[in-house]
Ligand binder design. Structure first.
Ligand code: SAM
Length: 245
């Protein structure tokens, strides 16, 4: 059944007009009155609602909101990605896959070696675009909780805002030699009992030594994903998958 994100408050028995994005999507699917859909994101209580199309107008689509189901398809712990933004449309791909894998939030960061330089309005537009990518991925994969795509920051600014003693486990995805393999840590009690884990990864050119040292000084532990060099958009996903499976 097609699923649509509907950020307006939903109440069983009400007839509402779908937000423009969802209405357009219903029209593109050439759905008809009587068609059944699922709506999510409209209630503080989470979960999803079944709904039925009542009226298909040129631009407006009205639906009758049906029963609420308190169902969530979230990982058992929150996993956050702090990502040196990869260039081109690879960040779109990373946001989509990370959403499917259950990421709780994505913090795009500009680093010394970032190829893609974003700031001001362009950064805001990019963030809004990536948040829309996450919404579409939730519609597809069945998640009712949207991951948050934060505003673009420099890595230094983001690190400066972090407390050193965080309750979140913090791992720096690092290519430094002699770095402990992440997959040996998944089963440890620290990892098993952590309610939140944060991974930091670099852009195509990696993080500078100073950036890695600054992360370590904030309590990040260096971890390896093996002896192959993963692309900037692959590394965070590999770590995420290990901790949300
Ligand atoms: N030439 C860059 C360097 O030497 O750092 C390669 C950077 S890699 C394309 C992008 C990011 O992915 C790295 O900064 C690191 O965070 C992560 N990464 C890639 N392969 C990894 C691995 N095997 N273990 C841990 N992190 C990895």
């Amino acid at each position: 059944m097609p699923r649509f994100h509907c950020p307006t408050p939903l109440q069983t028995g009400e007839v509402i007009a779908l937000p423009a994005g969802a209405a357009r999507h219903v029209q593109v699917l050439r759905m008809q009155p009587g068609g059944a859909i699922t709506l999510f994101g409209g209630a503080e209580r989470g979960g999803e609602f079944e709904a039925k199309i009542e009226h298909m107008g040129r631009s407006e689509v009205r639906v009758l909101v049906g029963a609420h189901f308190a169902v969530e398809r979230e990982p058992t712990r929150q996993v956050h990605l702090v990502v040196g933004v990869p260039a081109n449309d690879r960040m779109d791909w990373l946001v989509e896959k990370a959403t499917e894998l259950g990421v709780a939030s994505i913090q795009p960061v500009m680093t010394e070696r970032s190829v893609l330089r974003l700031n001001g309005e362009r950064a805001d537009r990019k963030r809004a675009h990536w948040q829309a990518v996450a919404v579409a991925a939730c519609e597809q994969c069945g998640r009712n909780q949207l991951p948050v795509v934060h505003e673009v920051l420099t890595l230094n600014a983001w690190l400066a805002a972090q407390k050193t003693n965080s309750e979140s486990l913090r791992y720096l995805l690092s290519l430094r030699p002699e770095t402990k393999a992440l997959n040996t840590l998944v089963g440890t009690s620290a990892a098993a009992t952590a309610t939140a884990v944060t991974f930091l990864s670099g852009p195509e050119g990696g993080l500078s030594v100073a950036e890695e040292d600054a992360a370590l000084a904030k309590g990040f532990q260096p971890v390896s994903l093996g002896n192959r060099v993963l692309r900037a958009e692959t590394a965070g996903l590999a770590a995420l998958a290990l901790f949300t499976a």
